[in-house]
Design a binder for this molecule. Structure first.
Ligand SMILES: C[S@@+](CC[C@H](N)C(=O)[O-])C[C@H]1O[C@@H](n2cnc3c(N)ncnc32)[C@H](O)[C@@H]1O
Length: 243
């Protein structure tokens, strides 16, 4: 028996999607369009902005990040640049690897995705940190650094609605809380944190024109006031700040 052409086409797509774990369930695809991008496409798309993916301080936002396919690839690329430049000095590697973490932002409407994304990025960072800094740094220092990385990821990878720019509850309903992102800037070995409403960032004309997956928020964040500013703090002790 031959299948109608469109059925064959549909079944071929389903097969290829299922084979590479690009979907978790039909319900999630139907409700949230959750189809993950395959590694080959992620790499090819990142190659389109290769220089930016290899710049330690370039900022990336993935507004429907899922489990972080793009952010994971960018993190891996940036960490390999940090390794090439700073592996000989574990303290420098530590500092610049934290800077990389501060540069990555994500939003997903599903809480489990945001959580998986944070853990995935943390695991990539920690594996590299252990491999490169291993026994060369004091256990106490490493513990503080890990807490800081977890803290920054909690602030940078948020559960929210990227269309309404609101945080969401466990049922993906909008709350009345706006999505607030932190900008982290290094001043020597200290970090300056300033919190901005995502709404303000999106309303800028440049975002309307270049509202792509890879929008570098860069210096544009300077042109309007932060909701909150935090005092300078050593990069390793950022976790001491309130969320
Ligand atoms: C097509 S998947 C892409 C995931 C990831 N970017 C990738 O390429 O593998 C879309 C993701 O967007 C999330 N999503 C759907 N609507 C959203 C919204 N309004 N705001 C934020 N995330 C949303 C889904 O939960 C899902 O994880």
């Amino acid at each position: 028996m031959t299948m109608p052409t469109n059925c064959r086409y549909e079944s071929k797509i389903k097969q290829s999607v299922n084979n590479s774990s690009q979907i978790k369930s039909r319900d999630r695809v139907a409700a949230h369009g959750e189809v993950f991008t395959a590694e080959r496409e992620v790499k090819a798309m990142c190659d389109l902005v290769k220089d930016e993916t290899e710049r330690i301080d370039s900022r990336f936002l993935e507004p429907a990040c899922g489990d972080g396919n793009f952010l994971a690839e960018i993190l891996t690329r940036k960490l390999s640049v940090v390794e090439k430049q700073y592996a000989k000095s574990p303290s420098d590697y530590e500092k610049y690897s934290i800077q990389v973490i501060t540069s990555l932002y994500g939003i997903d409407i599903l809480q489990d995705n945001a959580q998986i994304c944070r853990k995935r990025l943390f695991d990539i960072w920690q594996n590299e940190y252990d491999r490169i800094c291993g026994k060369k740094l004091l256990a106490e220092q490493k513990e503080e650094t890990q807490k800081t990385v977890q803290f920054i990821l909690k602030r940078n990878i948020l559960c929210g609605n990227a269309l309404t720019l609101k945080e969401v509850d466990a049922h993906q309903n909008d709350t009345d809380r706006p999505i607030i992102f932190s900008e982290w800037s290094f001043v020597g070995n200290n970090i300056k944190r300033r919190d901005f409403a995502f709404n303000d960032l999106v309303n800028q004309e440049y975002m309307k024109e270049e509202g792509s997956l890879f929008s570098d928020l860069g210096d544009e964040a300077e042109i309007f006031s932060p909701l909150k500013e935090f005092p300078l703090i050593h990069y390793r002790r950022v976790y001491e700040q309130s969320e």
